[in-house]
Design a protein around this ligand. Structure first.
Ligand code: MAN
Length: 520
C-alpha cells in the first residue's frame, strides 16, 4: 500500500472530564491533517479515497498531496490546494473550528492549537493556547449559565404576573361588556324621554316660532326701510345742484371718496362709487351705489376699518404718492362734511315664553343633558373595552413574560441625548439641552429571526428625518437579571439600535456541546 505519512497526523481523543481537569490525554486516532473526528472513518489509508461528492476515487496517497483532485475539495482537507477546501482544527481543550483552506499556512494563527500553520516556512509560530482559551470560555459560559439560571427564575415570576394580568383584563372585559349593555339601555331610555319631551317642546314652540318669524320679517323690513332712508338723505345731500341726479362732479367735491388719499377725487374714483356710471338717479343710487358709498362714509366717521385691498384696481388707486398720506390738502371750495352717523342698531329682544311652555323647554333641556351624559357613558365604556382589546391582542411572549414591561419606560443617557424605551409603545430621544422630544418610532412588532422571534423589537413610523425617511428603532433583547437599556447607537442616520436586557428574555441557549463532544 502506497501511504505517505506526510500531512498525516495522530490526534488525541480526550474524554471531556479530563479536558475540564486540564489533564493531557494520550489516546490518539490517526487521520489526515485537517479532518474532523466525525469524518475520520471516511479517510481509510487501506482503501482508495472516494471524493465526498462521489465524483472520483483516487489512491489514498493523493490525499493531502497538495494537489486538488476532488471537485468538492475533500481530498485536500489539510492543505490550501483546493479553493473550496475546508480545514478542521481540533483545538483540543477549546472549541473546534472549520476554516477555509486558503487560511492554511498563510502566516496567521487561526486555530488555537496552531494546527493551521504547520509548514514551518513562515516566520509565524503558533503556540497551542487552547487550554487557556478553553478555560476562559468555560468560565464565561459558567457566568452566563448563572445569569440565565437567576434570570429564568425572575422570568417565571414575570410570567406569573403577566398571566394574572391577562386573566384580570379578560375578567374586566366581561364586566365592561355587561356595563355597556346596561349603559346602552339607559341611553335608549334617555333617548326615548328626550324624543318625547322634544316633540312636546316642538309643538309648544310652534306658536312662538311663528312669532319669531314675523319678528324677523318685521326687522328685515325695518332694516330695508332704514337703509332706504339713509341712502335718500345722503342722495339729497350729495345732489348739490338738485337736478335729481348724483354725478361725478358732485362726488369729486367730497374727500371721503379720495380712495388713494392723494388730495383729490379722480374721475375713476368717483365712477367707482357710482358703479361705473356718469350719474345715478335716486333709485339707482339706493340699489347700486349705496353699497359702495356707505363703507367709505363709515370709515371717515371712524366706524369702520378699511378693507385690505385685494386686486389690482384697489391697489392701483392706492399706489399714490406717499406725501399725500394722511389728511388731504387744499380743501378749498369743498363744503364742510358732517361725519356720517348711522342709526343705532336695535337690541335683540328675546321672546318670553308662557309658564307652561317654559316648563316644557326646561324639561327638554334637562332631558337633552341627561341623554348627552348617557351617550358619553357608553362612549367611555367602549373606549375602555377598546384599550383592553388592544392589550389582549398584543403578543407579550409565549408565557406572557414581557407583559409587565408594558406601561414602564427605561432611560439611557449618552453624551448628547436621553433616550427612552417604553416597551410596546414607543422609543424617543431628547437632547440633554432640554429641547423637545423626538419620537424614534412607535411599537410595530417582534422582529427577531425564526428561532428567536422575541430577541428583537421594531418601532417604526417615528418623526421624519430631515430630507430622509421616518425614524425607526430596533431593540435587541438579551437575558439579564434586571430590565434596562444598556446601549443606544444610530448605525444609519435616523435608524436607531437599542440594547435591552431583561429577565423576560432568559432561556436556555442551544448548547455547543455537540461540537465539543465530537472533538474533546
Ligand atoms: C437629530 C437627531 C439625530 C439625527 C438627526 C437627523 O439631530 O434625531 O439622531 O441623526 O436629527 O437630522
Amino acid at each position: 500500500m502506497e501511504f505517505s505519512m506526510k500531512n498525516f497526523k495522530f490526534y488525541p481523543i480526550c474524554p471531556t472530564f479530563l479536558v475540564l481537569l486540564s489533564v493531557t490525554c494520550s489516546s490518539e486516532v490517526s487521520r489526515p491533517r485537517g479532518v474532523s473526528l466525525s469524518r475520520a472513518s471516511l479517510y481509510n489509508p487501506d482503501r482508495n479515497f472516494l471524493c465526498f461528492d462521489n465524483s472520483k476515487s483516487i489512491p489514498f496517497s493523493q490525499v493531502n498531496d497538495e494537489y486538488c483532485d476532488c471537485p468538492d475539495g475533500s481530498d485536500e482537507p489539510g492543505t490550501s490546494a483546493c479553493p473550496n477546501g475546508v480545514f478542521h482544527c481540533t483545538n483540543a481543550g477549546h472549541k473546534p473550528l472549520n476554516l477555509a483552506a486558503s487560511r492554511v499556512n498563510d502566516g496567521i494563527c487561526d486555530c488555537c492549537d496552531g494546527s493551521d500553520e504547520y509548514a514551518g516556512n513562515t516566520v509565524t509560530t503558533c503556540p497551542n493556547i487552547c487550554l487557556q482559551l478553553g478555560r476562559h470560555a468555560r468560565e464565561e459560559a459558567q457566568k452566563l449559565a448563572e445569569i440565565i439560571k437567576a434570570g429564568k427564575q425572575l422570568k417565571a415570576e414575570l410570567s406569573q404576573k403577566g398571566l394574572r394580568l391577562k386573566e384580570e383584563k379578560k375578567e374586566k372585559l366581561v364586566e365592561l361588556q355587561k356595563n355597556k349593555e346596561e349603559a346602552e339601555k339607559v341611553k335608549a331610555e334617555k333617548q326615548r324621554i328626550k324624543d318625547e319631551i322634544e316633540a312636546l317642546e316642538n309643538k309648544s314652540l310652534e306658536v312662538y316660532r311663528k312669532l319669531e318669524e314675523e319678528e324677523k320679517q318685521r326687522k328685515a323690513e325695518a332694516e330695508a326701510q332704514k337703509t332706504r332712508q339713509e341712502a335718500t338723505e345722503t342722495f339729497t345731500k350729495f345732489d348739490s345742484n338738485q337736478d335729481g341726479l348724483v354725478d361725478i362732479a358732485e362726488l369729486q367735491t367730497r374727500q371721503s371718496f379720495d380712495k388713494d388719499r392723494n388730495g383729490e377725487v379722480s374721475v375713476e374714483e368717483a365712477k367707482y362709487f357710482l358703479n361705473n356710471q356718469e350719474s345715478v338717479d335716486l333709485e339707482t343710487f339706493i340699489s347700486d351705489a349705496w353699497a359702495n358709498i356707505k363703507p367709505y362714509l363709515m370709515m371717515d366717521a371712524g366706524l369702520f376699518k378699511p378693507p385690505v385691498p385685494q386686486d389690482g384696481e384697489a391697489e392701483d388707486l392706492q399706489d399714490g404718492d406717499d406725501e399725500h398720506d394722511g389728511a388731504p390738502e387744499g380743501d378749498e371750495g369743498e363744503e364742510e362734511e358732517e361725519p356720517y352717523q348711522p342709526e343705532e342698531e336695535p337690541e335683540e329682544t328675546k321672546l318670553q315664553y308662557d309658564e307652561e311652555t317654559q316648563k316644557i323647554v326646561d324639561q327638554a333641556t334637562a332631558a337633552r343633558n341627561e341623554f348627552t351624559d348617557a351617550e358619553r357613558a357608553v362612549r367611555e365604556i367602549e373606549s375602555e373595552i377598546g384599550n383592553i382589546n388592544d392589550y389582549l391582542e398584543k403578543d407579550f411572549g409565549p408565557e406572557e413574560e414581557f407583559a409587565t414591561l408594558q406601561g414602564e419606560c427605561f432611560d439611557y443617557t449618552d453624551h448628547e441625548y436621553i433616550y427612552k424605551l417604553c416597551p410596546f409603545e414607543k422609543a424617543t430621544q431628547q437632547p440633554k439641552s432640554g429641547s423637545s422630544e423626538t419620537r424614534l418610532g412607535t411599537w410595530a412588532r417582534w422582529n427577531g429571526p425564526e428561532d428567536n422571534k422575541y430577541g428583537s423589537m421594531l418601532y417604526d413610523k417615528g418623526q421624519s428625518c430631515w430630507n430622509g425617511p421616518p425614524r425607526s428603532t430596533k431593540v435587541n433583547i438579551v437575558c439579564g437579571t434586571e430590565s434596562k437599556v444598556t446601549a443606544v447607537s444610530e448605525p444609519n442616520r435616523c435608524e436607531y439600535l437599542f440594547e435591552f436586557v431583561t429577565p423576560a428574555a432568559c432561556r436556555e441557549i442551544p448548547s455547543e456541546a455537540d461540537d465539543l463532544h465530537d472533538e474533546l
